[in-house]
Design a protein around this ligand. Structure first.
Ligand code: ADP
Ligand code: MG
Length: 714
């Protein structure tokens, strides 16, 4: 049977003994099927053959066709325990000296007068050329060689050649018996090649076109499995059941608020109430612009759980935010006679132990905290609802883990990142969505301007004016040092490639130095600096002083981006604003305009002259000046940059992997189009075959991608 062929142990292949099998095992390759799914990491284009004297770049590999002109001569270098093999070979333009090291056995290969295609760096030595240990393939006029050669990841003991040969054998062994696990109708509907063609051409592409077709098919496969897995996860969560929380009366909460709910907030709370009143677990995301009032919705969900005799947890991505939520919510819950405590990493071990015990016994009804809530030993006596805030940093798998943690709990996710429909599927496909599409009334617009370095003096005056009138100021700059982390470099270079940055990008303000400059410039004010490399305790202390009004100017890197609430802050200055994504700028702007003060956001270009700024960057800053709606900004961001950079704009890399699900070829950002096709196809298939009973091979693929237990599917 076909399946068995793919399960053939790798040791059945020629040249693979126990030692090589070990090397393969290091890459997770145990059988023929694994080997065929070990896709190349790159391809060499050896099809572009050059003449020796045309070659000018000695630093890259070239393809040359040379005929052996002299008998290979071996030279022993006794002192260094090395041997060398040397011969000359020529083409119409010149002669090259070819050298191999410790490969005496090649002596018989290079017969005088035979021709080879060599691939390697070509050095010019006077009028001669030289190649050292090039790759080579015998060349016959009547048997053309392939142009594109795969490059595999290597582990010790394996060579490119060995892997290629083993894959060739494996393909031959399987012949036409490789099962196509994609239903034929779907394959045809989406214009995909067969599995057999795809595997053959991913390893040994005929040409670029067939490689593209192979990739498209295999990427589709991965997304299709992903889409099926998300549905399965949803179903599993549904089936797991949840406590019915139908005793919720939130009027006591509403009575404590100094404002009535907006229509949108009421609608969202109704959604939540309806979800929680059933024994089918809520699995909902609330998406609302910065400042739209999501916290109240979270508080309502928690109150509903507690009034129904259950416990509630509220998880924030940073300690600063967790503390802030705690400070806002604890007094409210306390006055309703509900116990509420804070669990963060920085808490002392004894405090943590006490808190965990109180949760496990049911004495503590509400806990607010960070990811520390996910750690071992945190158990709820009567879990009711778990709320996670600003959660775009978590993915499908982490959410599933969270749901498991609560053991039969309702799950509510809050996000301030409006995302377009097609991407929502990938990031939140497992969730129902409620949108807060209305801001609380009386919210004043944060006037936004873009200026260049020539405005520095006026800007300083504006800072003084705002502080002297009693306000506070944020100044945000991109990174802590000139080059902060590898991740930053990747992001900047990808921006540069897409033409968002001009070639001569203005220098980054080194935040540390910059903070010092600000301090010296404003000796009459208290200036503090917060950045990602500070210990969380120090970070918290700085934030606390700022929110208490003890600090006038807070210089920071983007650690304050998410969720911080200091109503007295009225001026947001973003340095090197051209380096931030639109959605990120919008988030930063949302930090001001939260109180009664007229607020401003000033975007400062990096250079002294606005004309140094790239066209796209200028367009983006213009958008910020014109547009104040987070959803509209997200759409423009998407239109300007495409899904790849839209997602990359300041977000964690993790979402590219959709939080835990690993793709081999597919990329959530670059292949977003294929992704939505895969979701439609999956939906259709599951309508006909909800349990994948007729497609066991798909079911097993889903299981391995999502590391699901065996019994989840049935
Ligand atoms: P976000 O959606 O960004 O989490 P918050 O929940 O922090 O927003 O709310 C932002 C501010 O708006 C808070 O100061 C909050 O008290 C206030 N707020 C929330 N709902 C309303 C409302 N319906 N009317 C007036 N102010 C509100
Ligand atoms: Mg919030």
């Amino acid at each position: 049977m076909a399946i068995n062929i793919l399960e053939t142990p790798i040791t059945k292949l020629r040249g693979v003994g126990p030692v090589k099998a070990q090397s393969y095992a290091k890459q997770g390759i145990a059988n023929v099927g694994d080997l065929l799914c070990n896709y190349p990491r790159a391809y060499e284009n050896r099809g572009n053959v050059e003449l020796l004297d045309e070659i000018s770049d000695p630093d890259i590999k070239h393809s040359v066709i040379l005929t052996v002109a002299t008998e290979p001569k071996g030279v022993r270098l006794r002192a260094r325990h090395m041997s060398m093999l040397k011969f000359r070979a020529y083409d119409d333009s010149g002669t090259a000296e070819i050298t191999f090291f410790n490969q005496d056995y090649l002596k018989d290969k290079f017969v005088l007068g035979s021709t080879f295609r060599f691939w390697g760096k070509v050095e010019r030595v006077g009028r001669r050329f030289a190649m050292s240990s090039p790759a080579f393939e015998p060349w016959y006029d009547d048997r053309p060689l392939r142009d594109l050669l795969p490059v595999y990841r290597l582990s010790e003991g394996l060579t490119q050649k060995q892997i290629s040969e083993n894959i060739e054998q494996a393909m031959a062994l399987c012949g036409s018996e490789i099962p196509d696990d994609l239903p034929n109708a779907i394959r045809i509907e989406y214009g995909l090649c067969t599995k057999n063609f795809a595997l053959k051409n991913i390893h040994a592409p005929e040409n670029y076109r067939s490689l593209a077709a192979a990739k498209k098919r295999l990427i589709f496969d991965e997304f299709f499995t992903f889409a099926l897995g998300i549905s399965v996860t949803r179903k599993r969560i549904r089936r797991s059941g949840a406590p019915v929380c139908d005793k919720g009366d939130i009027t006591p909460l509403l009575r404590q608020l100094p404002f009535p709910l907006t229509g949108a907030q009421s609608r969202v709370i109704d959604d939540i109430r309806r979800d929680m009143a059933t024994d089918c677990p809520m699995n909902r995301i609330v998406v609302g612009d910065v400042g739209s009032g999501k916290t109240v919705c979270a508080a309502a969900a928690m109150l509903i759980a507690v009034q129904s005799g259950r416990q509630a947890a509220f998880m924030a991505p940073t300690e600063i935010l967790a503390r802030q939520h705690f400070a806002d919510l604890e007094p409210m819950f306390k006055s309703l006679g509900i116990s509420c405590d804070l669990l963060i990493g920085a808490a002392t071990p004894s405090k943590k132990e006490k808190l965990k015990a109180a949760l496990a016994s049911g004495e503590l009804r509400i806990v607010i905290g960070t990811q520390a809530l996910l750690s071992d030993g945190v158990e709820f006596a009567e879990p009711g609802v778990i709320v996670t805030d600003e959660q775009h940093r978590f993915g499908v798998l982490q959410r599933a883990a969270l749901a498991g943690k609560g053991g039969r709990a309702h799950l509510l996710v809050m996000s301030a990142t409006p995302i377009p429909r097609s991407l929502a599927l990938a990031l939140y496909g497992d969730l129902d969505m409620s949108v807060i599409d209305e801001m609380p009334p009386g919210r004043k617009r944060v006037d936004t301007f873009a200026v260049d370095g020539s405005y520095r003096a006026r800007l300083d005056g504006f800072i003084r004016k705002n502080i002297d009138e009693g306000g506070q100021v944020y100044i945000v700059c991109p990174a802590v040092e000139e080059r902060e982390t590898a991740a930053d470099e990747v992001e900047l270079s990808s921006l540069a490639e897409d033409g968002i940055l001009p070639d001569t990008a203005p220098p980054l303000k080194a935040a540390v130095q910059f903070a010092e400059e600000i301090r010296q410039k404003f000796p009459e004010y208290k200036v503090e600096f917060v950045h990602g490399k500070l210990k969380s305790k120090e970070k918290d202390a700085v934030m606390k002083r700022f929110s208490e009004g003890k600090t006038h100017i807070l210089v920071s890197t983007t650690v304050i981006e998410v969720g911080v609430n200091v109503p007295n802050a009225c001026l947001m200055i973003v340095e090197n604003a051209e380096r931030f994504g639109l959605s990120q700028l919008h988030q930063l702007r949302g930090r001001v305009g939260r109180g009664n003060r007229k607020s401003y956001c000033i975007l400062v270009y990096g250079g002294d002259d606005i004309s140094q700024c790239g066209e796209t960057a200028r367009q983006r800053l213009d958008t910020m000046h014109e547009c104040y709606d987070g959803f509209a900004i997200a759409e423009r961001d998407l239109a300007m940059r495409g899904p790849g950079d839209f997602l990359r704009g300041g977000e964690d890399e993790t979402i590219r992997q959709s939080g835990g699900v690993k793709f081999k070829l597919a990329d959530l950002c670059d292949d977003a189009g294929v992704l939505s096709s895969a979701f439609s196809a999956a939906k259709k298939l599951l309508e006909d075959d909800p349990e994948l009973g007729a497609h066991p091979e798909l079911a097993s693929r889903v299981q391995s991608m999502f590391s699901l237990d065996d019994d989840t599917l049935n």
